[in-house]
Design a protein around this ligand. Structure first.
Ligand code: ATP
Length: 306
C-alpha cells in the first residue's frame, strides 16, 4: 500500500530525513514512533504530497505521489498534526466544504457526511460550531474529514497529541474501528500508543529508521523464564544439554520460589524443549514463559546504545 524508498530531506543545514525506506501492506496498522524532531512530520508530509523530498520515492497503492498527486489524494485520508479546522463553521458546514474540496459529487455528499459522522460518533454535534467543541471532539471532526471519501489509506500525524486520558482512549478506539476498512499509518511519540494499536512499529531517530518490526517480535527475547516450586539438583547441567541453551542465570523471585533466566539463542523459542525436558525429569514447574522486553526498553536501547 505504501512503498517509501531512500527518502532524504534537509531544511537548510538540518538533515530531517536520511535515507528512509519502509513499506506498508494493505490492512496493516503501523506506528511511526520517534521523539521530537525525529522526522515523523516530515515523513508524513512527503507521503501525503505536501512536501517534496530532496531525493527518494514514495508510491501509494502503486501510484507515484509526485507524478500522480490527484489519484493519490483519492486513496488517501490525512489528519495533519494541527488540523486546519474553522472554528466559526458548524461541523456539518465544515464537512460539506471538505466534501466539495474532495470533489465528492453534491448528490453523494449527504451520504458521505452521514457515514463519516456516524463512524466518528459526531451525529449529535453536527450543528455545533467547531470552536465550541472540546479538543477530543475537534480531533473527531479532523478524522471525519479524513474518511469522507472512504480512503484505502489513512495517515494520521500525532492523532492524540494534547488530549486528556479519556479523549486519548476514545480516539484510540476510533482508530481501531477505522482500521477495519483502511490501512493506517500514524505517528506518535507515545510508546503505549504503539503497544495499544499497532501490528508493526517503525522507529525513527535523527531522521533514520532504527527499527522496523512487528511489535511482538521487537518485544521477544531469546530467553525463557523458568520458575520452580522448589530447587532441583543439576538443573543447569541438564538444561545445558538442550540445543540452543547458552546458560542459566538465577533471578530474584518476588514470591520466594526459585526463578531462572534460561539464556537462549535468537530465533529459537526454548519453551517447548524446556517443557518436554521438565516433564521427563519431573521438575516441579510453577511457571515457564518466553521473556519479553518492554517497548520502552527497546526504544531506550536505540536512543542510548550501550
Ligand atoms: P515532533 O514530534 O516534534 O513534531 P517530528 O518527529 O515530527 O517532531 P519533524 O517535524 O519532521 O520531526 O522535524 C525533523 C527535523 O527537521 C527537526 O530537527 C526540525 O527542527 C526540523 N524541521 C522541521 N521542519 C522544519 C522547517 N520548516 N524548517 C527548518 N527545520 C525544520
Amino acid at each position: 500500500m505504501i512503498q517509501v524508498t531512500h527518502l532524504t530531506k534537509t531544511y537548510g543545514s538540518v538533515q530531517a530525513l536520511d535515507d528512509v525506506s519502509f513499506s506498508l501492506e494493505a490492512g496493516e496498522i503501523v506506528g511511526l514512533l520517534g521523539p521530537n524532531g525525529a522526522g515523523k512530520t516530515t515523513t508524513i508530509k512527503i507521503l501525503t504530497g505536501y512536501l517534496q523530498p530532496d531525493a527518494g520515492e514514495v508510491t501509494i497503492d502503486g501510484l507515484d505521489v509526485l507524478a500522480q498527486p490527484q489519484a493519490v489524494q483519492q486513496r488517501l485520508g490525512y489528519l495533519p498534526e494541527s488540523a486546519p479546522l474553522y472554528p466559526e463553521l458548524s461541523v456539518q458546514r465544515y464537512l460539506r466544504m471538505m466534501a466539495d474540496l474532495r470533489g465528492i459529487p453534491a448528490t453523494d455528499q449527504l451520504d458521505a457526511i452521514s457515514e463519516a459522522v456516524y463512524a466518528t460518533n459526531l451525529t449529535e454535534h453536527l450543528a455545533r460550531p467547531i470552536g465550541e467543541l472540546s479538543k477530543g471532539y475537534r480531533q473527531r471532526v479532523g478524522l471525519a474529514q479524513a474518511i469522507l471519501h472512504k480512503p484505502k489509506l489513512l495517515i494520521l500525524d500525532e492523532p492524540t497529541i494534547g488530549l486528556d486520558p479519556t479523549q486519548i482512549l476514545d480516539i484510540r478506539r476510533l482508530i481501531k474501528r477505522l482500521a477495519r476498512n483502511s490501512t493506517i499509518l500514524f505517528s506518535t511519540h507515545i510508546l503505549s500508543e504503539v503497544e495499544a494499536l499497532c501490528d508493526r512499529v517503525i522507529m525513527l531517530l535523527n531522521g533514520q529508521v532504527k527499527a522496523d518490526a512487528r511489535v511482538a517480535d521487537l518485544a521477544a527475547t531469546a530467553d525463557a523464564i523458568l520458575v520452580l516450586q522448589s530447587e532441583v539438583r543439576g538443573l543447569e547441567k541438564t538444561l545445558h544439554a538442550l540445543s540452543g541453551v547458552r546458560g542459566l542465570e538465577p533471578m530474584r523471585s518476588a514470591d520466594g520460589f526459585p526463578a531462572y533466566r534460561v539464556l537462549g539463542t535468537p530465533e529459537l523459542d526454548l519453551c517447548p524443549a524446556i517443557y518436554a525436558l521438565a516433564r521427563t525429569q519431573s521438575w516441579p514447574v510453577r511457571e515457564l514463559r518466553r521473556d519479553v522486553k518492554t517497548l520502552e526498553s527497546v526504544f531506550n536501547s536505540l536512543v542510548t546504545p550501550a
